[in-house]
Design a protein around this ligand. Structure first.
Ligand code: AMP
Ligand code: ZN
Ligand code: FE
Ligand code: FE
Length: 286
C-alpha cells in the first residue's frame, strides 16, 4: 500500500504545542502510517508517544533533535532515530544540554528585564509546561503580552541570532552527538541542511562529507524549508555518499501554524523512507 509518513515533529516535551498522545492521534488522523517524535534535547515524550502509536496501529520510532556547534549564521541540528530512550550516554548529554538551557533562559530574561520588558523565569517555565524550554516559548509570551505582534517579529527583533536578546545555547559537537546517537543504538541524520546556510552546493557538500566522515548515516532531504532544487541536490548527494535520505515536516503545532503534519511544502514523505531508516537502525545493532 502506498502510504506516507512523517519523521520530524515536536511535542510539548519541547517546543511543540500538542502533548505526545495528542500529536500521535493527529498523525493518525492525517492518514499517515508511521512517525518519529524528535523533540529538542529530550526523549521525554517518546514512551507515551510509542504507547499511543501502538494503540493507534501506527509504526513509531523514538527520536531526538540535537543542536550542534556550527559557525553563524548557520545552525546545525542532528536527528537521532531509534535511540534507546534509557541509554546512559543519551541521558548524560540531554542533562547537560537542558542545564545549559536553564542558564541561557535566565540570561535572556535578565536582558529582557534590563530593557524594561518584564518577563519572569516562572512565566517562561509555565509557558513550557514542563518540557525543554526554548525561544519559541519566550516568543509566545512576548506576543501574548503585546511586546511584539508576531512570533516572526519576536525572532527578527529580539530572539533570533543577532537579535537584541539572543544568547547562544549550550551545544555539543557533531562528532559527540553522532557518537552518542550510535552508542544509544540509533542512526544520525542531518536535519534541514538548508539551515546550515551554506552559500552554494559545493560548500554544502563539504559540510555533509565531513559529517559523513564522522559517521553520519543520513540527511533530511524533504523538509518544510526545502525548495525543489535543494531536494534534488540533496537526494543526489545522499545517493552518492551512500546516506539515508529522510524527510519530515518539522511540525510544532500552533507556534508554527504554517506547517502541517505529513507535509513539507508540496511534498509528502513516502513510506519507504521510514522503512529504510528502520533498516538502517537494525543494521547498526549486533
Ligand atoms: P532554541 O532551541 O531555544 O534555540 O529555539 C529553536 C526553535 O526556535 C526551533 O524550533 C526553531 O525552529 C525556532 N525558530 C528559530 N528561528 C525562528 C524564527 N525566525 N521564527 C520562528 N521560529 C524560529
Ligand atoms: Zn523547535
Ligand atoms: Fe531543527
Ligand atoms: Fe525540529
Amino acid at each position: 500500500m502506498n502510504t506516507f509518513v512523517d519523521l520530524h515533529m515536536h511535542s510539548t516535551a519541547s517546543d511543540g504545542s500538542l502533548p505526545p498522545e495528542e500529536l500521535v492521534r493527529q498523525v493518525k488522523l492525517a492518514g499517515l502510517s508511521a512517525m518519529a517524535l524528535t523533540d529538542h534535547d529530550t526523549v521525554a515524550g517518546c514512551a507515551l508517544a510509542a504507547a499511543t502509536a501502538a494503540a493507534e496501529g501506527l509504526d513509531f520510532l523514538p527520536g531526538i533533535e540535537i543542536s550542534c556547534e556550527f559557525p553563524r549564521p548557520g545552525t546545525m541540528h542532528l536527528l537521532g532515530y531509534g535511540v534507546d530512550i534509557h541509554s546512559p550516554a543519551l541521558h548524560e548529554l540531554t542533562r547537560r544540554l537542558i542545564a545549559g538551557r536553564t542558564g541561557r533562559n535566565a540570561r535572556m530574561i535578565e536582558l529582557l528585564q534590563s530593557a524594561g520588558i518584564d518577563v519572569t523565569e516562572e512565566e517562561l517555565l509555565a509557558e513550557a509546561g514542563g518540557g525543554t524550554v526554548g525561544r519559541p516559548h519566550l516568543a509566545a509570551i512576548l506576543v501574548r503580552r503585546g511586546f511584539v505582534s508576531s512570533v516572526r517579529e519576536a525572532f527578527n527583533l529580539y530572539l533570533g541570532q543577532g537579535g537584541r536578546f539572543y544568547v547562544d545555547k549550550e551545544t555539543t559537537t557533531s562528532r559527540q552527538a553522532i557518537a552518542m546517537i550510535h552508542s544509544a543504538g540509533g542512526v544520525a541524520v542531518l536535519a534541514h541542511p538548508s539551515q546550515l546556510r551554506r552559500e552554494n552546493h559545493a560548500q554544502l557538500m563539504t559540510v555533509i562529507k565531513s559529517l559523513a566522515d564522522q559517521g553520519l548515516d543520513g540527511i533530511e532531504v524533504i523538509h518544510s524549508d526545502h525548495r525543489e532544487s535543494l531536494i534534488d541536490h540533496l537526494s543526489d548527494l545522499a545517493r552518492r555518499l551512500g546516506l539515508l535520505a529522510t524527510g519530515g515536516s518539522d511540525f510544532h503545532g500552533s507556534s508554527k501554524p504554517y506547517i502541517t503534519l505529513g507535509r513539507a511544502g508540496r511534498r509528502r514523505i513516502p513510506r519507504e523512507v521510514f522503512d529504510a531508516v528502520r533498516q538502517g537502525i537494525a543494521k547498526r545493532r549486533p
